[in-house]
Design a protein around this ligand. Structure first.
Ligand code: FAD
Length: 457
């Protein structure tokens, strides 16, 4: 077994979703963990949890929580979303289940609740100390020393060198310091769209004004609106719009234009958002970025995880799920290797290709969500996919089900998904109804192309 001294103290930068969960994993391995977090403690001060108000957690994220005994409690606060509810501009609804049956669903969870819960549970281990209003501004990878600005006192101090985990999100200061190490490369691609959160309040007596167990989508080509349910009966809507152009955040520059746009494109949603104008013009507009970098580590001294290593756009609902899976993989490697350098090297080898794959799938899914979900051909393909999932259990799999309802490596999901998508597309050609799909031909295609590929990998 590993030689590492498990009483060693380590530092985690960022007590977001991934940093808080990682602290818990490290504590369970016996490390004493200091977490430095830039923001105030959101359990004591009312602050914006940042990013989205709620998010979707699926199999990978739930597995990570299960490993540390937190899944059951998290699920008590989650709302299962069993499919997509598509809203047309006329207000017609079309429902598409996500999986082969209702057991395959994703879950809507409050980001703030989850973050607070993870911080509290990490502290309960007795080995984790989270220090708030501590902004890391510089890391010296030669000595491991950190420069930390204490936002409460205004003082800047230097902390001694320890093994360092950078979980400080997409704008990671730790990653930016790694930029100075020879051979380090990073790309950041800003999406040409931004996002704005709006609220559909609960109906009388805390009732849900739309189907509770669905992720609602208003797909409109180059832009879209989505809504996820919250425990209190409300829905958080997110409007994704280009920054510039004929229909964009730039063009919706007055209450009259905004109201006319919603009346035309999202009339059913507009009726349920009473403070549309106020919310739209007072709330911030978020940006989205894909970050890819390499290497993810500096020797055995530092490693980046979660969004710090691989920020992705939110359209597969996998950013946090992927970051949580990072924690599971890293934890497994801590059980195998004694030296940090070996742990970090293997971690990057196992995770980098998968993080790149989900980053690319997330961008592709944006096009699917905003564009294709409203298209009859897409709806038919999804219905055919469901027939195949049920008719060929264990043989046919779709990309969505592999990403959201399995722990198959993302890279494999990407490749298998492309083959499965090709089969569905071929079987849908010339078809009027999914029930009429030629199952004999389907069997031949699945057993000829998909099954051999899966066996090989
Ligand atoms: P973060 O959550 O960004 O946390 C980083 C932490 O580090 C923060 O607390 C920050 O204050 C702190 N920090 C930053 N800099 C410093 C510093 N210099 N010193 C000290 N502390 C610092 N993912 C899903 O799985 N499902 C979804 O449905 C989903 N929906 C999303 C919707 C939107 C609109 C967006 C934008 C993202 C969504 N994501 C979703 C992605 C998810 O939000 C991220 O992947 C996740 O938050 C990553 O967690 P993290 O801990 O790596 O980073």
């Amino acid at each position: 077994m590993p030689e590492t001294d498990r009483k060693e103290a380590v530092t985690v930068v960022g007590a977001g979703l991934v940093g808080s969960l990682l602290a818990m994993y490290l504590a369970r391995r016996g490390y004493s963990v200091e977490v430095l977090e830039r923001r105030p403690d959101m359990r004591r001060e009312v602050i914006d949890a940042g990013r989205s108000i709620n998010l979707a957690i699926s199999t990978r994220g739930l597995h990570a929580l299960r490993q540390v005994g937190l899944e059951a409690e998290a699920l008590k606060h989650a709302i299962p979303m069993r499919g997509r509810m598509i809203h047309s501009a006329k207000g017609e609804l079309t429902y598409q289940p996500y999986g082969k049956d209702d057991s395959q669903h994703i879950n809507s969870l409050s980001r703030a609740w989850l973050n607070k819960f993870l911080m509290t549970e990490a502290e309960k281990t007795g080995r984790v100390r989270i220090r708030f209003k501590q902004r890391v501004s510089h890391a010296d990878f030669e000595t491991g020393a950190l420069t930390v600005h204490d936002e409460a006192t205004g003082q800047t101090r230097h902390e001694e060198g320890r093994v360092l985990f950078g979980t400080d999100g997409s704008g990671s200061a730790v990653r930016q310091e790694m930029d100075k190490v020879p051979g380090f490369q990073a790309t950041q691609e800003q999406l040409g769209h931004g996002y704005k959160e709006l609220t559909i309040p609960a109906g009388p007596g805390g009732t849900f004004q739309m189907e509770k167990h669905a992720l609602h989508i208003w797909p409109r080509g180059s832009y879209m609106l989505i809504a996820l349910p919250n425990e209190d009966g409300s829905f958080t809507c997110t409007l994704f719009l280009p920054w510039k152009g004929p229909v964009s955040f730039e063009s919706l520059d007055s209450p009259a234009r905004l109201e006319a746009f919603f009346e035309e494109q999202f009339p059913d949603a507009k009726k349920m958002i009473p403070d549309l104008v106020d919310a739209f013009f007072s709330r911030p507009t978020g940006s989205m970025v894909t970050v890819k970098c390499a290497p993810w580590r500096v020797g055995g001294r530092t490693v980046v995880l979660g969004d710090a290593a691989h920020a992705i756009v939110p359209f597969f609902g996998q950013g946090m799920n992927c970051g949580f899976e990072d924690c599971v993989v890293l934890d497994g490697l801590l059980g195998q290797h004694g030296r940090w350098e070996d742990v970090f090297a293997d971690f990057e080898r196992l995770r980098k290709t998968n993080a790149d794959a989900i980053a690319d799938m997330a961008v592709e899914n944006f096009i699917e969500m905003r564009d294709s979900t409203g298209n009859p051909r897409f709806l038919l393909e999804k219905a055919v996919e469901k027939v195949l999932l049920n008719a060929f259990p264990g043989e046919f799999v779709s990309r969505y089900t592999m990403v959201s309802f399995s722990r198959v490596p993302y890279r494999l999901a990407y490749e298998v998904g492309a083959i499965a998508g090709g089969i569905v597309s071929e079987l849908t050609d010339g078809l009027a109804r999914a029930e009429d799909v030629n199952l004999e031909r389907a069997g031949q295609l699945i057993r000829g192309r998909l099954v051999p590929f899966m066996k090989e990998h």
